[in-house]
Every structure is written in structure tokens, then in C-alpha cells.
Design a protein around this ligand. Structure first.
Ligand code: 13P
Length: 334
């Protein structure tokens, strides 16, 4: 393992003013996004949409890296330049989603286990040759009646640790993503408790597998009220509880925490990140973003699948990237 390469890449991904664009929706998930703007899910539609985001002029001031899906990593711009090369020309680092999805956990009907470890070593070597320098694996934890089970948390933490170790062996920085879903009517207390348990198990597993903490990024959910909860915690409370939970469970050796947006609307996701950085400027890690929907929603609508609306889509993406860049150091001004 080349520790210098890993730590340098991890730090570059959370460089001042910058965060990550998650544009790694699987073909099934992007189908839903395209359907929302009445665009057919063809390979060319997926390429055009990703090209719009990836070639937005000036976005390199706010975006350090882009997470892509397998298909996207092999696609090219209109000018024939492979996406990873087009990004690299602007100083943006290419990332790749390497899990193969969250599947039902046996004997635990409402819970999921993320798969994709079989053959992963060879796939990682191939992805690195094709320009990727970091990877992502998402584990899903569901809050419900009697869930999450210990089996679900421990199995997912174990898979995340095995994935992270394989990535570091291949000189790819692993983004370790244990997502506690915001679906449900649970309180923010319950979210904090489950997030704490999950992060505790994840770091136990990472240590057990000798993963270099300086060479990973953590991608967690924020500590937030369930979507259906009657009482919705305010922005400052989300910020305070999230940072408290991280301080208790995330070692200072980790260079950065890059949040997922998880279904929050785009402005709320920015406001939460801003409050965390404004209220807690002395955190041991960088607190930044790796948003999917919260960076893409407005761009997707503005573009609408129309070639003549490319500029409008890019303008919307630029706007959100700039806002989150400011929020990442508590300087966002509504
Ligand atoms: P959202 O920000 O839409 O949650 O997506 C982030 C992500 O990469 C989920 O794996």
C-alpha cells in the first residue's frame, strides 16, 4: 500500500472550498431521474446528461472529484475525450461506485446487505487503469420497528471494511458510506442513536482490517428527524447533533467527512452543512459534501433533456456547487 498516494488523494478530495459530486446512479436509479423529466433512459441520454454536469465551466473551483457509475467511466465527451481524462484536464479526480447494490439480508426481511466483494480486487485494478483514483461503497441501514438488527449493522460494517482494505491495496481511496436512511417517522434521537451504533461498528471493522484511516473518507448521513416525523429538528440542532455524533465516533485521523444528501431538498442540505461549519469551526476533520440529488435536482429540471437548455442546466449545477462550496466553510449566504 502506498500510504502517501492514499493520503494525498484523500486530502485533495476535501481541499479548501471543494467537495464531491456523486453522479454514480445505477442504470435503474438514473431511469427514475430521467423519467421525472420525461426522458427515455437510453445510453445516449445518460451520456448527454452526465456530460452536461461534468463539463460545466468553472465548476472545478468547487468540485474536487466526481463519483461515476461503471458505464459512465467508459463514456466520452462529444469531442471523443474519455470522461476521466476530461475531468483530469480540469484538476477533477475520477471516482467509481464499486458495490453492486443493496440486496435483502437473509432472515431479516426489511433489511439490506450491500454486495460486490466477489471479484472486486480485479475490478479495482481495472478501474485504476482506466483513471479512477477513489471509490465508493454504500451500505444501507433502515430504522423501523425492531430494526436495525445487530446482524445488519455488523454485516454491513464488515463488508465496508473488506472493500476499504481492497481499495487501499489497489491505491484507490475508499469512500466508506454507511447510510442510515431518513425514511420513517422516527425522531432525531433515534437517528442519533442508530448513527452512533453504526459508526462505532464501522470503525471497529476498519481497525480490525488494518485500514489506513488517513487514507479514507467517511460519507455518512446527517443526524436528522425521520422524513415522516411530526417534529422536524431545526437546522442548528441537526448541525449540533451531527457534529456531536461524529466527534464521539470518528477518529481524528480521518481527513474528511463528506455527507450524502439522502433525500433532503437541495437548499436544506446546504443549510445543514453551512451550520455545521459555522458553529463548529474547530473540527478535527474537514466537513464537506458528496451530494447526489442535492447537487443535481435543479440542474436536471433546468436541462429537461433539451439540447438547447444545456446552458440552463449547467448554470443551475454551478449555482448549487458554489453554494455548497461556501457552506463547506460556513460562509454560505442565503
Ligand atoms: P444523495 O446525496 O442523493 O443521497 O446521493 C449520494 C450518494 O452517493 C448515495 O450513495
Amino acid at each position: 500500500m502506498n500510504e502517501d498516494t492514499l493520503t494525498t488523494t484523500a486530502r485533495a478530495l476535501v481541499a479548501p472550498n471543494k467537495g464531491i459530486l456523486a453522479a454514480d446512479e445505477s442504470t435503474g436509479t438514473i431511469a427514475k431521474r430521467l423519467a421525472s423529466i420525461k426522458v427515455e433512459n437510453t445510453e445516449e441520454a445518460r451520456r448527454s446528461y452526465r456530460q452536461m454536469l461534468l463539463t460545466t465551466p468553472g465548476a472545478e473551483a468547487f468540485i474536487s472529484g466526481v463519483i461515476m457509475y461503471h458505464e459512465t467511466l467508459g463514456q466520452r465527451t462529444d469531442a471523443g475525450v474519455p470522461f476521466p481524462a476530461a475531468l483530469s484536464e480540469r484538476g477533477i479526480i475520477s471516482g467509481i461506485k464499486v458495490d453492486t447494490g443493496a440486496k435483502p439480508l437473509a432472515l431479516h426481511s426489511d433489511e439490506k446487505i450491500t454486495e460486490g466483494l466477489d471479484g472486486l480486487r480485479d475490478r479495482l485494478t481495472d478501474y485504476r487503469e482506466r483513471g479512477a483514483r477513489f471509490a465508493k461503497w454504500r451500505a444501507v441501514i433502515t430504522i423501523g420497528d425492531g430494526t436495525p438488527s445487530e446482524a445488519c449493522i455488523v454485516a454491513n460494517a464488515h463488508a465496508l471494511a473488506r472493500y476499504a482494505a481492497l481499495c487501499q491495496e489497489a491505491e484507490l481511496v475508499p469512500i466508506v458510506e454507511p447510510e442510515v436512511l431518513m425514511d420513517g417517522d422516527h425522531s432525531i434521537d433515534r437517528c442519533e442513536e442508530v448513527t452512533a451504533r453504526t459508526l462505532g461498528e464501522v470503525f471497529t471493522a476498519l481497525r480490525r482490517h488494518d485500514v489506513l484511516l488517513e487514507g479514507i473518507l467517511l460519507k455518512p448521513n446527517m443526524v436528522i428527524s425521520g422524513k415522516g416525523c411530526a417534529t422536524q429538528a431545526k437546522v442548528d440542532e441537526v448541525a449540533r447533533r451531527t457534529v456531536r455524533c461524529l466527534l464521539r465516533h470518528v477518529p481524528a485521523a480521518v481527513p474528511g467527512v463528506v455527507f450524502l444528501s439522502g433525500g433532503q431538498d437541495d437548499v436544506t442540505a446546504t443549510a445543514h452543512l453551512n451550520a455545521m461549519n459555522r458553529l463548529h469551526a474547530d473540527n478535527p476533520w474537514e466537513l464537506s459534501f458528496s451530494y447526489g440529488r442535492a447537487l443535481q435536482q435543479s440542474a436536471l429540471s433546468a436541462w429537461g433533456g433539451k439540447a438547447d437548455q444545456l446552458g440552463a442546466g449547467q448554470k443551475a449545477f454551478f449555482h448549487r456547487a458554489k453554494a455548497n462550496s461556501a457552506a463547506r466553510s460556513g460562509r454560505w449566504d442565503e
